[in-house]
Design a protein around this ligand. Sequence first.
Ligand SMILES: *Cc1c(COP(=O)(O)O)cnc(C)c1O
Length: 449
Amino acid sequence: MDNEQLIRRDLSVLWHPCTQMKDHEALPPVPVRRAQGAWLEDFDGRRYLDAVSSWWVNLFGHCNPYINAALREQLDTLEHVLLAGFSHAPAVELAERLLRIVPPGLARCFYADNGSSAVEVALKMSFHYWRNRGEHGRTRFINLSNSYHGETLGALALGDVALYKETYRPLLLEPLTVPSPDCFLREPGQSWEAHSRAMFRHMEEALARHAGSVCAVIVEPLVQCAGHMRMYHPVYLELLRAACDRHGVHLIADEIAVGFGRTGTMFACEQAGIRPDFLCLSKGLTGGYLPLSVVLTTDAVYGTFYDDYASLRAFLHSHSYTGNPLGCRAALATLDLFERDPVIADNRRRAARMAQAVADLADHPHVAEVRQTGMILAIEMIRDKARREPYPWQERRGLAVYRHALSRGVLLRPLGNVIYFMPPYVVTDEEIDLMAAVAAEGIDLATRP
Ligand SMILES: *Cc1c(COP(=O)(O)O)cnc(C)c1O
C-alpha cells in the first residue's frame, strides 16, 4: 500500500472530523502508517514532526515503549467490563492516584469516555446537585466568551466559538456569557494581571445579578485553546473561586486540554491555588493513547446524591465504555512517567527553548503577538499591526502555513490566523528549532500581500 492508494480508499468511505470534505480535492489527508516519538510517518516514508501532539492528546511520544508494554499486559488480563455493579483494578488505582495529585478537596472520580461527555457529566451533576438540595430554580450556567467545551449539544452550548456553534443554535441551552479575560485584548502597556483582574468585574456583575438561578460557572483555566490559544492570568481564577463561594455557585474547571502539564504545572488551577467543584480531564489523561475522561468532584457534591434508591437522587448517567480498563491502564502508565522523570521541570527548559526559538517573530510586521503559557506557544498573524486589524477568515492564511509546514515535514495545524506549538514532552531542542523555523517561513509566505 502507498499513500495514493490509501487516500483513494479513504476518500471513498470516510467523513473526516471538523473538515469540509471538498477541501480534500485540493489537499488530501495525510495517511499515517506508523509513528515513533514526536514523529509520524506516511506510507511513502515521509516523516512529519507532530508539533500539535495529535490534537493535544499525546504527552510522551507515539508508541512510547513504557505505555505500550503496560497496555500489552492489560490486553492479556482484562480488556473491558461494565463498571456498573462491577469494578476492576485499573479504574480503582487510577482514581486513587488522580485524587492524590489534583487540588486537595476533590474526593470522587466519575469516568466517561471523551472530553465532551465529561463536560456533560459535570453540567448534569451540578444541576442535579441543586435539585437534590431542593433548589429547582437553578437552571443556568455562566461561561466565558471565546470558550470551548466540546461538540455534543450540552458542551457545544457552553462553548462560544461561533464557527462550531452558530448552525446549531436553535438546539442549544442558552448560557449567560461573560467577556473573557483574554489578554490579547488588553490595552497597550497593560499587564496580563491588571487586564485579567479588570475583566473580572463582568463576572462579578453576572454572579451578583443571576446567582440564584445559576448552577455553575464553567471555564478553561488559563488558556482558551480552541478559541485561538487566547490566554489569561491566574488571578482571574483566584477571584472566580472566591466569588463562586460568595455567591454560592459551583465552579467547573475544564482542564481537558490544559491538564497534565501543558501550562507548566500539572494542573492549571494550581497556579491560582484553587480547587474547582468539578474538574474535567481527558486528552492527555491516557498519554494520547485511548479515549477516556474523568470528572472529579467533592464529597459535598457526592453526598447530596447518596441516599436510598427510592429517593431517586442517584446520578443515573453512563456510557458503555465508562472506565475502560485499557484506557485506565494507559493513564496509569502515563502517571508513572510523570513520577519517574522530572517532566514538569524538564518542560520549563523546553518552554524556554520554544520562546527563544520564536523570539524574532514578535517584531514581524504581520505578527500581532507571540504568547506563551508553559508548553503552549501561540503566534497570532494580523493584517494591520498598528490598527489591530485581523485578516479576514475567508483568506485562510493559517491554511497556507499548514500546507507549507507539511511540505517541510512539520505538522502545524493553525487555528484561523493563529499558529501554535503544543508538542509532546519528548521534543528535542533541534525539533523545537525546526518547528520554529518552519513556522517563521510559513508566516512569511502566508502574510505576503
Ligand atoms: C477537546 C476539548 C473538549 C472536548 O473533548 P473531546 O474529547 O474532543 O470531546 C472539551 N473541552 C476542552 C477545553 C477541549 O480542549
